[in-house]
Design a protein around this ligand. Structure first.
Ligand code: HAM
Length: 420
């Protein structure tokens, strides 16, 4: 029969990769909880409207990349392309959470879906670690978020990554900038822009700055900079964040072309980039999105957050070796089976990790299996050992071999392990 293959752009994660994912998640739990974040687990499917209204109709994500389908009653459903919209939807619906404190700090992780062209670091099903602070417009909240992300990356041993930061201006100062950009594009030879950007240059000119098409990148080189259009508050907030980053000794570069791929941002935006992971350089990205909660039907609360791409982060982590275990019980003949089952239970009850083959085999093949399992000690057991009550134990890295009674095998291994 023909085998069924996985869908393009998705991955099966086996060890040691799956261990790396657990490590990334557990590190996030540990670091984020120091900052007062609580974990939320959210649905993967949401009403399509949630994403159209938050991410923006003009974005590539909404126009080209969403996995959208009608359910059996004809309602349009989308598999989440990112986590922020879902976190906010859940927050708005959860009155208890809103009543708990002025500021809600939430984090979540899981799979996201975007129909993009798969390549290194870009998948159709990928995973994000997402953190959001709801309820504060203080620049200190943005700075704290950046420092938490920095702590997280440092804890993973990735202090060399670069932060890029920008301010996109608020709903007060952005219109003037938008107008300046529209003016710039009006005077530009339209042949220099891709088809999408010709449209965007009037409907959503900021999006043109984010276009990856080389001719568009070239065409925006002389476009007006947001930095020249910030209002007093946006400028002072931006300066304050930089000052707090300087005080904490966290390095960043300013990139006034950084607009991000989603429409909901205002004020501070940022990315963490790496030149070591191929064409997809953004490992994490985020920023402030005051106004979005209101646009989704909630109170007018300011908020800021980020998401880390786990596939890209995994590319930067040192590779884990194969998982090691403490013991392997090599069954030499079937007469040792019952004693082997009991021995495994004894060893595990003492905190040792390992396993047994359930079928007997030659000593040579069993030792090969024990080595493949990366076991520290191999215990060899058959009818003779059951009769004598003694089991042969081999230290697989030194080759030392000795025997111990079945009852004291665990003690013997623990003792030898402590000595080495
Ligand atoms: P984003 O920049 O669209 O932001 O995605 C965040 C990160 O997810 C990216 O920097 C990248 O590492 C990873 N990522 C995105 N698409 C893919 C893909 N196709 N394959 C692999 N990794 C990918 C957001 O999603 C915002 N919700 C972040 C945020 C949270 N802003 C405020 N709060």
């Amino acid at each position: 029969m023909a085998k069924i293959q996985k869908i393009k752009g998705v991955a099966d994660l086996f060890e040691p990769e799956s261990t790396a994912y657990t490590h990334m998640e557990e590190t996030a739990r540990r670091v984020f909880s120091r900052y007062g974040y609580a974990e939320v687990r959210l649905p993967i499917i949401e009403k399509t409207e949630l994403f159209a209204r938050s991410i923006g109709e003009e974005t590539d994500v909404v126009q080209k990349e969403m996995y959208t389908f009608d359910d059996r009653k004809g309602r349009s459903i989308t598999m989440r392309p990112e986590a922020t919209a879902g976190v906010l939807r859940a927050y708005i619906e959860n009155k208890e959470l809103q009543a708990q404190a002025d500021i809600a700090k939430l984090f979540t992780f899981g799979p996201m879906f975007r129909y993009e062209r798969p390549q290194k670091g870009r998948m159709r099903q990928f995973h994000q670690i997402d953190a959001e602070i709801i309820g504060s417009d203080a620049p200190e909240a943005d700075a704290e978020l950046l420092l938490m992300l920095w702590d997280y990356l440092s804890e993973l041993g990735l202090e060399k990554l670069a932060f890029e930061i920008n301010s996109l201006g608020c709903r007060d100062c952005r219109p003037a900038y938008r107008q300046a950009l529209t003016g710039y594009f009006q005077n530009l030879d339209k042949g220099r822009l891709c088809e999408d950007c010709v449209r965007r240059s009037t409907t959503n000119p900021l999006r043109v700055l984010d276009c990856k098409v080389p001719s568009c990148r070239e065409a925006v080189k002389d476009a007006p900079s947001i930095n020249d259009h910030l209002c007093g508050k946006c400028r002072s907030d931006y300066e304050r964040v930089k000052k707090l980053m300087d005080a904490a000794g966290v390095k960043y570069v300013e990139n006034h072309r950084l607009v991000r791929g989603l429409d909901y941002y205002v004020g501070l935006t940022f990315e963490v980039t790496s030149g070591d992971i191929g064409a997809q350089t953004a490992v994490a990205g985020g920023g402030r999105y005051d106004g979005l909660i209101h646009d989704l039907g909630g109170k007018d609360e300011p908020a800021t957050g980020f998401a880390i791409g786990m596939e890209r982060l995994a590319l930067l982590l040192p590779e884990n070796g194969p998982r090691a275990s403490d013991f392997y019980v090599a069954l030499l003949d079937q007469a040792g089976l019952d004693a082997g089952v009991k021995l495994c239970r004894d060893l595990r009850s003492r905190g040792l990790a390992g396993e047994m083959n359930f079928a007997a085999g030659s000593m040579k093949s069993r030792l090969r299996a024990a080595n493949k399992k990366n076991a520290a000690f191999c215990l060899m057991l058959g009818g003779d050992e059951v009769q004598s009550g003694q089991v042969a134990i081999k230290n697989l890295s030194t080759g030392d071999q000795w025997s111990a009674s079945l009852d004291t095998a665990a003690d013997s291994i623990i003792q030898r392990r402590e000595q080495s």
